[in-house]
Design a protein around this ligand. Structure first.
Ligand SMILES: O=P(O)(O)OC[C@H]1O[C@](O)(COP(=O)(O)O)[C@@H](O)[C@@H]1O
Length: 399
């Protein structure tokens, strides 16, 4: 019996006809393509220079791919980062295909690997095969890029040294939310990208791999999350705004769909696992009780939304505002809190541990966990004003 071949894109079976995001490279002449690119990037405050002429032309059709955006006609993040992004987007397209594949059901199941949990977690935190496959996909892409010195992953106990002259350090949570994968609930991948610390080059590999991976979030060069949901969305920032791209499955391009995201200064949604209410400190209970009743600084009743998949909860919060939180020390500073805080700050929001700015916390351990609150600036400020919002009781929960 043949084992099934899993195509990355099923375009040969049902080629989807997308009229909203016209595939640029195939249908447009180069001149028209450049006009479109200049038009779409100038809308987000990025001026384009073609043939020595700086354009300020406007336009509103939004055509532009991720690779055009990061390249010379776009924000021009530099050739090395462009190459890295090419490999990162490729890895994420493979993961998107994997999580949507009819053949992932056996991979997604618990497999007897439980009981370890690479990063010292409980059975519930043990990696599942899809996490591991995603981790391998990312590692292989980063290796192929030739641009990464070290990768630190939530799935590995220690960082992996890849190549001495790679200019970048990549930290990643390869597949967050995977515990819900069997129910087809959205999942996501998170990346943080730093420069390699050349002043550490003389150190032994293990030591420099660790120290490079423990850089402060303030030194992030770029951050990315990819949401695998009804749409596959890649959201990124290079330190000048947060921009999201939607995967066009017919061409394999990520198309700029959300330039310069601005989180609403105040939302009307809170996102938390409130079955933990009785383990919460007084301040957090009071805050949630207050906004639920519409008795907070914003005189309207809040709604609750909680997917229990960090990237999905974060993405919704970025779009609609409000606050997404996990008040117990569960999420990781290096792989989750720092990259997402960078992205929310670049969109005008805030990332806090309930007391201080996430990006100001110097990581001391690779798998360090902490309470995490991300969202609209006014909501985070109000929440912090309750003082006592970090959940100290962390008994371990079965589901
Ligand atoms: O159990 P809680 O406290 O609701 O935590 C849920 C959070 O944990 C995560 O599932 C990540 O945890 P894991 O790394 O153990 O998978 C997030 O996607 C989600 O936001």
């Amino acid at each position: 019996m043949h084992s099934p071949t899993i195509p990355l894109y099923s375009t040969s079976i049902f080629p989807p006809k997308l009229h909203i995001f016209t595939p640029s490279r195939r249908l447009f002449s180069r001149t028209v393509l450049l006009q479109h690119r200049m038009a779409s990037f100038s809308r987000i405050g990025v001026s384009s220079e073609v043939g020595g002429v700086r354009s300020s032309s406007g336009g509103d059709d939004g055509v532009g791919t991720l690779m055009e955006f990061v390249g010379k006609g776009g924000v021009d993040v530099g050739d090395e980062l462009v190459v890295l992004f090419h490999h990162i987007q490729y890895a994420c397209k493979r993961i998107a295909a994997l999580v949507a594949s009819p053949f992932n059901s056996t991979l997604g199941k618990h497999s007897g690997l439980e009981g370890g949990g690479g990063a010292g977690g409980s059975d519930r935190d043990a990696p599942k095969p899809l996490d591991i496959v995603s981790n391998e996909i990312i590692l292989s892409s980063l290796r192929n890029s030739g641009k990464v010195a070290v990768m630190a992953s939530e799935e590995d106990d220690f960082p992996v040294w890849i190549t001495d002259d790679g200019p970048f350090v990549v930290v990643t949570d390869p597949l967050d939310g995977s515990r819900n994968i069997d129910a087809s609930i959205p999942t996501g991948t998170i990346f943080g990208i730093y420069n390699r610390l050349v002043e550490l080059d003389h150190l032994p590999k293990e030591e420099k791999a660790m120290l490079n991976s423990l850089q402060s979030g303030l030194k992030l060069v770029a951050a990315v999350y990819v949401l695998y949901s009804s749409a596959t969305i890649l959201c990124t920032s290079f330190g000048s705004g947060t921009h999201a791209f939607t995967l066009d499955h017919s061409t394999g391009d990520f198309i700029l769909t959300h330039p310069n995201i601005k989180i609403p200064p105040r939302g009307q949604i809170y996102s938390v696992n409130d079955a933990r209410y009785f383990d919460w400190p007084q301040g957090l209970r009071q805050y949630i009780d207050t906004v639920r009743q519409g008795k907070g600084k914003y005189p309207k009743k809040y709604s609750a939304r909680y997917i229990c998949s960090l990237v999905a909860d974060f993405h919704r919060t970025l779009m609609y505002g409000g606050v997404a939180m996990n008040p117990r020390s569960h999420l990781r500073l290096v792989y989750e809190a720092n990259p997402l805080s960078f992205l929310v700050e670049q969109a005008g929001g805030r990332g806090s541990d309930g007391k201080i700015r996430i990006l100001s916390i110097q990581p001391v351990k690779l798998h360090q966990r902490l309470p995490l609150f991300l969202g609209s600036p006014e909501d985070i400020e109000e929440l912090e004003s309750y003082g006592d919002v970090q959940q100290k009781v962390n008994p371990g929960y079965e589901v």
